[in-house]
Design a protein around this ligand. Structure first.
Ligand SMILES: [Zn+2]
Length: 266
């Protein structure tokens, strides 16, 4: 397994990585719910407000750090991630080498005027200013990996005041992430396809490729005759497209690959 990954990285040097943290116990938010109901957005933002302090504390793990160093050393050209936690950015991966296919929780988007520039940390302060009594509930509920929190018993979000868009005044705000039922915007899909076309090989790390948006990129790579490797526990949707696969955890494999390619002191 180790030598296969090393060989792939050595042989082709330009590799895409698609990683994804699955969360099987948490019901996904549906785009049409968020788009069609102010009350649902109140629910979303109240829970997100409570979860943000914990969510925003999360730090990159060994995999993020190693991938960043493999980019620095030219072994990996670009990273495509399905995660919305911006941990590749926190690890220092340069923006030009990173595509967040499903967006990021660190930006807020207006569903009316389309502005996506609002910073989530600043938005947290604006939420607090409009809903000061909610601060006492921070830290009381379980935080899901997408930042969502179960509300404490008795808490009602019916009066929750959503800070409006600073450009158009609309309260139709959402995080800049792609929800189930929402289409990825064309500039993003175009960039993802460009990364695949520019690559010499594709390495999938920690993803079952269950979403069509990632599977179709692997299908494109296959059509373009790019070698495909997969390091993921369990079956993936692209198992019939790959050249080889290791059903192992990605962190120990990447640690060994990194030591082989670069050494321990870099
Ligand atoms: Zn707006």
């Amino acid at each position: 397994m180790l030598s296969l990954v090393s060989q792939l990285i050595r042989a082709y040097q330009t590799i895409e990585v698609i990683s994804y943290v699955r969360n099987p116990n948490h019901r996904p938010i549906l785009y049409h719910e968020l788009a069609s109901s102010h009350n649902y957005r109140q629910r979303y933002w109240s829970r997100s407000y409570l979860g943000w302090p914990k969510m925003s504390e999360s730090q990159p793990n060994a995999t993020h750090d190693i991938l960043k160093k493999l980019v620095d050393h030219g072994y990996i050209q670009n990273i495509i991630t399905q995660n919305v936690d911006s941990l590749h950015t926190k690890a220092g991966t340069p923006n030009q080498n990173l595509l967040e296919l499903h967006g990021t929780l660190y930006k807020v988007e207006c569903m009316d005027c389309g502005d996506t520039s609002a910073d989530r940390n600043l938005y947290q302060h604006r939420i607090h200013a409009r809903n000061p009594s909610w601060k006492a509930m921070i830290g009381k509920g379980k935080v899901n990996p997408d930042g969502d929190v179960e509300l404490p018993q008795g808490a009602s979000y019916d009066e929750f005041d959503i800070p409006p868009c600073l450009h158009c005044g609309s309260q139709k705000m959402k995080p800049k992430v792609v929800f189930f039922g929402e289409n990825i915007k064309h500039p993003v899909t175009d960039q993802a396809e460009k990364f695949i076309r520019d690559s010499s090989a594709v390495l999938v790390i920690g993803s079952s490729l269950a979403t069509y948006s990632s599977y179709r990129l692997l299908r494109l790579a296959h059509q373009l005759h790019k070698p495909i490797g997969i390091v993921t526990k369990g079956p993936t949707r692209a198992d019939n497209l790959m050249q080889w696969k290791g059903e192992v955890g990605c962190s120990p494999v990447l640690t060994m690959v990194y030591k082989n390619l670069i050494g321990v002191n870099n």
